[in-house]
Design a protein around this ligand. Structure first.
Ligand SMILES: Nc1ncnc2c1ncn2[C@@H]1O[C@H](COP(=O)(O)OP(=O)(O)O)[C@@H](O)[C@H]1O
Ligand SMILES: [Mg+2]
Length: 243
């Protein structure tokens, strides 16, 4: 039986930020075959940097990135990689640049060679899938933070990536939108890596947890999915939760 190469592999990745004497990441190794990975680590530990390195937006000082067994060497390799990986930025304003939602969501498919009609069709169905039917002609920069986050996700999903890299997707979402995002992510077929400080969000959307610790990527073997008490207004009245 032949085994397929991993979807993504990092071999001995090291990186120093400009002007910093000690490396931010050192000898990072990671293999992703499939699945749903959560990534935690303190602020400034290099989580976003790691995503940027994987996408080829920053160049590692040492080490290799392999996509489906092939080493990414030149910019043209990373251009191909970027067609297969969807990167949701920490700040949606960095991701959305077209006047209307439909134009933003159609940009990716058009760039991948879809005809305007195909791109429109894919974009409308992606928006519908994310519960954003009717948002097509909305002015992107006037959307709320949560709406922008979902539209930014739509711009990625419309390209049908094999792997999603989501940088703090639940930040600043109201509880309803957060629950909606959890349902959406749980319903997707693609593998994903989610950076978050929100452990409950990761427990709901991921099956494995990794942490950046001492410049390395380490698997948290002792992850326990658990529930806990919480507080919210009117909690003493009979109520229902989203899930
Ligand atoms: N362009 C840059 N130039 C210099 N330092 C940077 C740059 N981008 C990020 N850094 C530094 O790299 C470190 C890691 O940043 P980042 O990857 O954004 O951390 P995280 O996402 O884990 O919070 C931080 O100390 C940050 O200040
Ligand atoms: Mg970050």
């Amino acid at each position: 039986m032949t085994t397929l190469p991993p979807l993504l592999e990092l071999r001995n990745i090291s990186y120093s930020s400009p002007g910093q004497s000690s490396p931010l990441l050192e000898g990072v190794n990671f293999i992703l075959r499939e699945g749903r990975i959560g990534l935690i680590g303190p602020n400034g530990s290099g989580k976003t940097t790691l995503f940027q390195i994987i996408m080829g937006l920053l160049k590692a000082d040492a080490g290799e990135i392999l996509l489906q067994g092939k080493v990414m060497e030149q910019e043209k390799d990373f251009r191909k990689l970027r067609r297969k990986l969807g990167f949701l930025f920490q700040d949606s304003d960095d991701q959305l640049f077209s006047p209307t939602v439909l134009e933003d969501v159609a940009f990716g498919p058009l760039n991948l060679g879809a005809s305007p009609e195909e791109a429109q069709k894919i974009s409308i169905s992606t928006l519908e899938h994310l519960g954003l039917k009717g948002f097509e002609e909305r002015i992107t920069h006037r959307l709320s933070g949560g709406e922008k986050k979902l539209v930014a996700l739509a711009t990625i999903l419309s390209m049908q990536p094999k792997l999603l890299l989501l940088d703090e997707p639940s930040n600043n979402l109201d509880p309803t939108t957060r629950e909606r995002l959890i349902k959406i992510l749980r319903g997707l077929d693609q593998a994903h890596i989610i950076i978050s400080h929100d452990l409950d969000f990761l427990a709901s959307t991921c099956t494995q947890l990794y942490a950046i610790q001492d410049r390395q990527l380490v698997r948290c073997e002792d992850k326990q999915v658990h529930s806990h008490e919480h507080i919210h207004p009117y909690g003493d009245k009979p109520h229902q939760h989203g899930t």
